[in-house]
Design a protein around this ligand. Sequence first.
Ligand SMILES: [Zn+2]
Length: 334
Amino acid sequence: MNATPAGANAANICNSGYLSQGALRGARILQEYAPTESAPHMPELPEVETVRRGLAPVMEGQEFERVVLYRRDLRFALPDDFEARLHGVRVENLDRRAKYMLARLSTGDVLLMHLGMSGRFIVTKSTHSAVPGEFYHNGGEPSAAHVHVRFEMANGAVIEYADPRRFGIMDIIPRGGLSDHKLLASIGIEPLGNELSGSFLNSALRGRKIPLKAALLDQKIVAGIGNIYACEALFRAGISPRRAAHSITSHAGTTARAERLAIAIRDVLSDAIAAGGSTLRDYVNAEGELGYFQHAFQVYDRDGEPCAKPDCGGRVTRIVQSGRSTYFCPDCQR
Ligand SMILES: [Zn+2]
């Protein structure tokens, strides 16, 4: 295995069957933006944001020089004119809404990308001066069985989207169509935006009899909170996941619990993104791997372990709610 992080990563991808040795010839893998292969969960918002931050430097300000589709369907069929609407078009910026990455294009269109369950982006770049032909493997054969989309950018970066389970999504949304798009029209507020507050949660959860944790997972209320960070936020706020959603609200406009929960949601996501960011930076120097930020979890997947709150003395407990694992400390989460 090569000593350089890029080489190590390339070998790793090779072993996992994602790219053949032939596919790697003449190309150097710069970075792979994906949850670790062993990760059993779909990417949550912090992981998507980390992927976005990894892709932004090679996409923003760059034109698509060539776009290749190895198949025309992921979770949904891609638009028939997908390649034509990207060819020669510049990415103005790479944005994110919930778990959707949104590349705003010079034409006014928006390229929407979602990682689904198993999607990943692999960035490779020619080791020589850019000779476009060297990227075409075996006369245009797919570079790997699971690579479905390939972007060749004007800066020489090649960005491949691999997705073994094909739950990922790519679409091109015409100018002005973003807020009406079927996937975006009904999603809730951004958990990291200014709208999330105790009073927002108070009004959104008023009268809701579903479990509080289920309400946090409802993407129509707050978009982008998944199972892991719902557990983490409730732990940090000291609120039981078994409470009914309405029980943290009042007619007064807000409650101490709603205020704590709004802060906790923001904090767990921000901390995870910061951890991902440091993973990203470290990767260049050491051989970190982009993935889930397990080291940041205080209750998730810690069934039976002592509660992380110093003066608690409780133990993390796992229960199942709506078919999903919930981890919490029964002693300090009330
Ligand atoms: Zn505790």
